[in-house]
Ligand binder design. Structure first.
Ligand code: NAD
Length: 454
């Protein structure tokens, strides 16, 4: 991006929300050099010292949660209550979150008869965090905070669709931390590419599979560390003994929240053929209760898609499926501009792109199956492997099915979110490396072993 400024527009109204200066690509080496200078002092602090400096951040987020949520909705479109939930998710358990990271990074002593070793987590140096627009505050947060706690200086490159909320987030952090420890670079993939190929040590990326592949290839030249959290095509398998209402409720919630623009959205539902018709009836009842509109308006549950290009992608995938024999339940043309009605698509098959490639819109494809083996095979028939869910009253059997699904996170009679401390992890082309929980936090640090004879 070579413009001087990056303007942000409300996806629901088209109104101008604000702008930020674009970082010229020619300035990126100087930005990285500044971060490198800052990280020598920052990295020399103890985890406890870094935690103390970061601790007020949670309260600052809490103090500003209403205005941050309003900005998030204006810039990204999600319902205001969801935006507030996103800010709260970052701010509420913040002290506990820092404690969890500190514990994960603590030095460990390992010894045998002959040797005593100290295993520590050291900073990598400069970490670039590149984030998407769908959770424009939380996605930066889950990369920036563990990277900082590990002693890295962080350069955040937020999505060009949501620069203002990322700027507001970084403004608060910069107020609390020494100069150069956190920097923001604004721009699009041009700035992202320049950062990846600059003198940085770790690239933490959350975004599309396509961009992730480019980043991995570019990083390979310098064997730079990468953590890639990428797209998904999550299945839900509804077994014959499932609680139909609960399964349909989950499909509705997880298929349409954030207008389906969630990496772990349920995009495909495989239903035992004995339940198929009843499931569709229940699903349709739920879908009729959803309200499409401006996320800032009371009662709206589905906001706009982020931009016209995203809507075009979703509509093209549906049209392509219809040409191959699928049926749309709902009105594809009910709304214009960036809005789409929540849609259920039936009569689908795995020859269609819509069953194997990410949609990222308010669309649920539903397909019957005749045997559990067939359901597992269909669930696994995609290059992605982020999340999945299985519903069935016989929990042991449902868990056996969950074990056979090639995904990083599988919920049984619930969504993919694990207990506190679990990692957020994708399989197959949904990612390399992962975040969250002690195992995830350690990925932001260089593990080092110092050994002495006993
Ligand atoms: P995107 O890949 O288009 O962009 C993400 C970020 O990468 C932006 O900041 C963009 O400017 C930058 N970028 C794009 N190409 C780049 C390149 N070649 N080099 C460096 N930087 C580059 O993704 P998006 O449209 O912003 O977000 C939606 C995608 O993110 C979906 O595929 C979704 O599933 C995925 N996502 C995954 C997770 C997860 O946890 N796995 C979470 C949220 C979103």
């Amino acid at each position: 991006m070579s413009n001087a400024t990056l303007s942000s527009y409300n996806p629901a109204t088209g109104e101008f929300v604000g702008d930020v200066p674009v970082t010229p690509v020619s300035e990126i080496p100087a930005v990285v050099a500044h971060a490198r200078t800052a990280c020598s002092k920052w990295g020399a602090l103890s985890h406890a010292q870094r935690k103390e400096l970061l601790l007020p951040f949670g309260e600052r987020l809490r103090d500003q949660q209403e205005e941050l949520a309003a900005l998030l909705t204006a810039e990204m479109g999600k319902p205001l209550s969801d935006a507030l939930g996103e800010v709260k998710r970052a701010s509420k358990p913040f002290a506990e979150y820092l404690d969890e990271i500190e514990a994960a990074l603590a030095t460990e002593m390992i010894e045998d008869k002959y040797v005593r070793s100290e295993v520590s987590c050291e900073p990598y140096g400069v970490c670039v965090a590149i984030s998407p627009w769908n959770f424009p505050l939380y996605m930066p947060h889950w990369m920036v905070i563990p990277a900082l706690m590990a002693g890295n200086a962080v350069i955040l490159k937020p999505s060009e669709e949501t620069p203002l909320i990322a700027q507001a987030y970084v403004d608060i952090l910069q107020d609390l931390l020494p100069d150069g420890v956190v920097t923001i670079v604004h721009g699009d993939e041009e700035q992202g590419k320049a950062l990846v190929s600059s003198h940085v040590d770790l690239i933490s990326f959350t975004g599309s599979r396509e961009a992730g592949k480019h980043i991995m290839a570019a990083a390979a030249k310098g064997l730079k560390r990468v953590i890639l959290e990428l797209g998904g095509k999550d299945p839900l398998v509804v077994l014959e003994d499932a609680d139909l209402e609960k399964a349909a409720e989950y499909a509705t919630f997880n298929g349409f929240r954030n207008a389906g623009q969630v990496c772990v959205s349920t995009e495909r539902v495989y239903v035992d053929s004995a339940l198929y018709e009843d499931f569709l009836v229940q699903l349709q009842k739920n879908v009729e209760k959803l309200v499409v509109g401006n996320g800032a308006d009371e009662g709206v549950t589905i906001g706009p898609l982020i931009h016209e290009k995203q809507r075009e992608h979703v509509v093209a995938q549906i049209n392509n499926a219809v040409e191959q024999g699928a049926t749309v339940v709902g009105d594809l043309h009910a709304y214009s501009e960036r809005f789409l009605a929540p849609l259920v698509v039936t009569g689908v098959s795995h020859d269609m792109d819509i069953m194997r490639q990410e949609t990222f819109g308010p669309v649920l494809c539903v397909m019957p199956f005749d045997s559990v083996d067939q359901a597992i095979e269909l669930a696994n028939d995609t290059p992605f492997g982020l999340g999945a869910a299985v519903y069935g009253r016989d929990v042991q059997r449902a868990t056996e099915v969950a074990k056979q699904i090639d995904a990083g996170m599988v919920g049984v009679n619930q969504g993919v979110y694990g207990a506190k401390g679990c990692p957020w992890v994708g399989a197959k082309e949904s990612g390399i490396g992962f975040h969250s929980g002690p195992r995830g936090h350690r990925q932001f640090a260089q593990v080092k072993v110092i050994s002495l004879p006993k």
